[in-house]
Write a protein that binds this ligand. Structure first.
Ligand code: FAD
Length: 460
């Protein structure tokens, strides 16, 4: 007997329920990845993620070959390719991870439709892409949690399965042909500091993190210059690491750092259960507001300055330049950059979210869109009118200005006390920096926002 395993956002061999189930049910399996033009049409095929994906696929293929198998890559509409592969090898089952996004749900439906009547069963598996399945914990009177804290309490009580070891052997039928893997190197537009993709690189990073990083996480989480977060997000995004395994291993490790880390993984699941229940939250306000956001037509130059990291606010510019260089941005930087765009410039969160998706290697429809909504105050933040002040936040989370100096070389030699407010330098010195003056006054931005929202919350 033969079974097909369709890999999607789960590019790994460790802790992979669909692969384990297929191997248990059949003598031979076809590990399949389909390059679906539908995904490309949605604009997700950007250089940083394409490069990282190619490395994930190469690594997955190498892991499977090490076990006697190989990865089969095909291009075309996913249901057409899966049906063709199943027919070629006479497969009776297709296994895949249960999806969360609207796209993933439609994919499942299309698969079922294409395979119905051909005697091929589609089996989806939970807790592959998230640690706790969306919908597994719900409040008394709703289909999902809209607030993180009560969700996290319930999430923490869920029993997680034991991680499944990688299989020892994988036998793939010879008849099924695939195409060449996408090239790993030589793409244009890839950020120079991009992390290496793939499960092997992810597992190495995880081992280093558990050995030398996680214990200091609770203290160092917001220290921008210290760069003390795990940077595991790209591996989680492509499923090169399993969230179940991460939570289990962090809990086994124990301590305050591990607890804080597990909490962040809880945030990841929280957003997944919101989007699973409300797929349109990827484009529409989760909570409807009367916002009259400014768009490209009126705020074209301000948006361009924000994108290019020349707003004149050192923390915002440092964060935006880090993203351009590394395809990744520190969480505190993301919060500040997004707050500045939406609440100081009063620009539509969708414009900012699109730009992040164009560059972030971990950029994903769930975490990106819902974090943007959280910051814009249209999402799940229980204090939707809060505004982050980049100067106050800079002094707090980058007190010596080391993060700013790393990414904004124009400010390298500015004394600490001016590094977050270079406009306070004597005019001659300021002009010599070659660094822009602030795009708008913070007070003006705040006044516009308060007026628009009709609120008077103090900035933080
Ligand atoms: P760590 O601090 O080491 O955290 C561990 C893991 O927890 C992360 O890898 C991530 O999977 C998860 N996590 C942490 N914080 C969050 C959060 N707020 N929401 C969801 N999951 C979280 N994360 C993405 O994975 N993809 C995105 O596209 C994305 N866009 C964002 C956009 C904005 C405006 C903001 C404010 C946050 C966004 N985040 C996104 C969340 C967070 O910034 C990143 O997950 C984190 O910075 C990744 O770095 P890390 O792996 O070192 O995180």
């Amino acid at each position: 007997t033969v079974a097909v395993v369709l890999f999607t956002a789960d590019l790994r061999v460790h802790d992979h329920p669909p692969l384990a189930a297929a191997l248990a049910a059949a003598d031979q399996v076809v590990p399949l990845f389909v390059r679906d033009p539908g995904v490309h049409a949605l604009g997700f095929d950007v250089p940083n993620r394409a490069a990282f994906l190619a490395q994930c696929l190469a690594d997955l293929d190498a892991s499977l070959r090490g076990r006697g198998g190989r990865l089969v890559v095909r291009s075309g509409p996913v249901e057409r390719e899966v049906a063709a592969v199943a027919a070629e090898c006479g497969a009776g089952e297709v296994h895949l991870a249960a999806g969360v996004t609207g796209y993933a749900h439609r994919r499942e439906e299309r698969l079922r439709e294409a395979l119905r009547g051909r005697g091929v069963e589609v089996r989806t598996h939970d807790a592959v892409i998230t640690a706790v399945t969306p919908g597994a914990v719900t409040p008394a009177k709703a289909d999902h949690f809209a607030v993180f804290s009560p969700y996290f309490r319930r999430w923490s009580q869920e029993r997680l399965r034991d991680p499944i070891p990688a299989p020892r052997a994988v036998r793939v039928p010879d008849v099924v042909r695939g195409e060449a893997l996408p090239p790993r190197d030589g793409r244009e537009g890839v950020s120079p500091g991009l992390l290496p993709g793939g499960e092997s690189a992810g597992r190495e990073r995880l081992a280093d993190w558990l050995r030398a990083g996680i214990d200091a996480y609770d203290e160092g989480q917001d220290d921008l210059a210290g760069d003390a977060t795990s940077r595991l997000s790209p591996y989680l995004h492509f499923g090169a690491l399993s969230p179940v395994e991460l939570v289990r291993r962090a809990r086994d490790h124990g301590g305050a750092g591990a607890e804080a880390f597990v909490r962040q993984l809880g945030w990841r699941d929280f957003h997944h259960q919101v989007l699973a229940a409300r797929p349109d939250a990827s484009v529409r306000d989760y909570r409807t507001r009367e916002d009259h956001w400014r768009g490209e037509e009126v705020a074209h130059e301000e948006i361009a300055a924000w994108r290019e990291g020349r707003t004149g606010y050192p923390m915002v510019d440092a964060a935006m330049r880090q993203m351009a260089h590394e395809g990744w941005m520190h969480n505190r930087g993301r919060l500040l950059a997004a707050s500045f765009l939406t609440k100081t410039l009063y620009v539509d969160w969708r414009i900012g979210a699109r730009h992040f998706l164009d560059l972030l290697v971990d950029g994903d429809i769930v975490n990106n869109q819902l974090n943007w909504q959280w910051v814009a105050g249209t999402g799940t933040d229980t204090r939707p009118h809060r505004v982050l002040n980049p100067v106050v936040q800079g002094k707090r989370f980058d007190p010596r200005g080391a993060y700013v100096r790393r990414w904004v070389p124009e400010l390298r030699d500015v004394p600490d006390r001016f590094v977050h407010e270079p406009w306070r330098l004597p005019e001659e010195e300021r002009a010599a920096l070659g660094y822009p003056a602030p795009l708008v006054g913070l007070a003006d931005g705040l006044a516009r926002f308060r007026h628009a929202r009709g609120r008077d919350d103090r900035p933080q």
